[in-house]
Design a protein around this ligand. Structure first.
Ligand SMILES: Nc1nc2c(ncn2[C@@H]2O[C@H](COP(=O)(O)OP(=O)(O)O)[C@@H](O)[C@H]2O)c(=O)[nH]1
Ligand SMILES: [Mg+2]
Length: 450
């Protein structure tokens, strides 16, 4: 089971809980630990992450507008993103020269071609230099790959054993053909020995590469840290590409290990074909492996909402005024269909779709009518008598029946909220509160809101 599957399992179990308390938080963290450790993530990283998570999750300091469950999902998500190297992406848009380094079999030659394809598609004139003079077959391998990418250039010199000399000739030749991006495939060994270091240093001195990228097989798990550190110390590495991320259960471990080195993961190799190269974005990666395609989007929306007064107000706290009514409707609109969101959060799809959704136009009408009300009226709509209705209608350019409709709609929602409020304290804190409230709307008799 890969990292994504085990993380998803942990989240699914958590999402099906009714009440989030100390024990369930601990249980989730334990599942996360199991998921991460089985993907070969360094145990110290895992322990550190779980400690921080537990502390934050159990703190009383929950951002307004989020319940404890949502809070924990978003905390965990952030912690995992951080574990995978952070949100930022470091792929250069216009690289001049890239030196590929790595041990034998890590995927250097394949990735050289994949990168040539990637940048060629983006409009660059890309040239590849076959500087793996250690293994003649490697030259043929790269040449074969090059032939599959029309529009790219290739340089090799089968008679020259000195890799640095090949690179020097290659630069001159490819520059004369107008290449702006030169990618050099270097030799590997089964270990980073002195000979390999010396060879890479020689190439480095000639090429003076703008980028030196280390290629690592994703299947090496935590070993990635050791290799990345060794290569970095020896030749200076400013980017990592993890290959064989298709089908590797240890991919998460390799990613997390790379985080502890300074070089960011730039791309993932996800197959043997030339197009099987993906930009690495921690957030997309996580959402995808966990199977929550929209998780990121949802979290972004939540982030936005945190800033909104709309959801800062808990409808169950204080008086449910016309203003809170309006805020709730507006928040619902902003977040899109509530039922879809609830589904993404794992609440299932048993929430009525239409109940709380109003059209943009109606919301605007509500707004202009409310703008014609006094503060007192908004706070306590019971004050709004017929004569006031007349005044509000006039002031907003609406009909009296529109004002009455707004008030009716408000009273319907208020009734539901009041009903929900009567549930005992504990249930109000229940993260499934939203769901229950929505079920409440649906329950006794159909309330038509349109
Ligand atoms: N499944 C899979 N195989 C890969 C990937 N990248 C490379 N390979 C395979 O790994 C093997 C070694 O790759 P190669 O580029 O020759 O490694 P090098 O020795 O570092 O140049 C080859 O059989 C490649 O087809 C990848 O992302 N996914
Ligand atoms: Mg090779």
């Amino acid at each position: 089971m890969g990292l994504g599957d085990s993380l998803r399992k942990a989240f699914d179990a958590f999402n099906s809980l009714r009440v989030v308390d100390k024990d369930s938080v601990k249980a989730l963290i334990k599942e996360l630990q199991r998921a991460l450790i089985s993907s070969d993530v360094d145990i110290n990283l895992v322990l550190q992450l779980s400690k921080e998570l537990e502390k934050a999750a159990l703190s009383e300091d929950i951002p307004k507008g989020l319940n404890r469950k949502e809070h924990l999902v978003s905390l965990t998500y952030d912690a995992l993103i951080d574990l995978l190297g952070g949100k930022e992406n470091h792929i250069p848009q216009k690289p001049n020269s890239i030196l590929m380094v790595g041990l034998f079999g890590s995927g250097k030659t394949t990735t050289t071609a994949k990168l040539a394809h990637y940048y060629q598609k983006r409009g660059f004139r890309v040239g590849m230099i076959a500087a793996d003079t250690f293994r003649p077959a490697a030259i043929d391998q790269l040449e074969q790959l090059h032939k599959k990418i029309p529009g790219t250039f290739f340089y090799a010199n089968r008679g020259e054993e000195n890799a640095a000399a090949v690179v020097k000739q290659g630069i001159a030749e490819l520059m004369s053909k107008g290449c702006h991006t030169i990618i050099v495939d270097s030799a590997g060994r089964s270990a980073l020995d002195d000979e390999l270091v010396a060879e890479i240093k020689d190439i480095h001195a000639v090429l003076k590469p703008e980028h030196t990228w280390l290629v690592l097989g994703g299947d090496i798990g935590q070993q990635a840290k050791k290799q990345a550190t060794a290569f970095h110390d020896a030749v200076g590495v400013n980017g990592v590409i993890l290959t064989r991320m298709d089908g590797s259960a240890k991919g998460g471990g390799a990613l997390a290990a790379c985080k502890t080195t300074n070089a960011p993961v730039l791309f993932l190799g996800v197959g043997e074909k030339i197009s099987d190269l993906e930009e690495f974005h921690a957030d997309r990666f996580l959402s995808r492996v966990m199977g929550y395609g929209d998780l990121k989007g949802l979290l972004d929306k939540m982030e936005e909402l945190k800033e909104e007064a709309a959801l800062q107000e808990n409808p169950l706290e204080g008086t449910f005024t016309l203003q809170s009514f309006y805020n709730q409707l507006q928040a619902t609109r902003k977040m899109g269909s509530l039922s879809k969101i609830a589904e993404m959060l794992g609440f299932g799809n048993n929430i009525p779709k239409e109940e709380m959704e109003v059209g943009e136009e109606k919301l605007n009408r509500y707004k202009s009518m409310m703008d014609s009300m006094t503060k007192q009226e908004k706070k306590n709509p019971e004050l709004i008598t017929s004569s006031r209705i007349q005044r509000i209608a006039k002031g907003s350019g609406m009909g009296e029946e529109d004002v009455r409709e707004l008030l009716k709609h408000y009273r319907q929602l208020k009734k539901m909220v009041d009903k929900f409020k009567h549930l005992d304290e504990e249930k109000m804190k229940d993260p499934k509160g939203l769901q229950k409230m929505m079920q409440g709307f649906q329950k006794p008799k159909k309330i038509k809101i349109r």
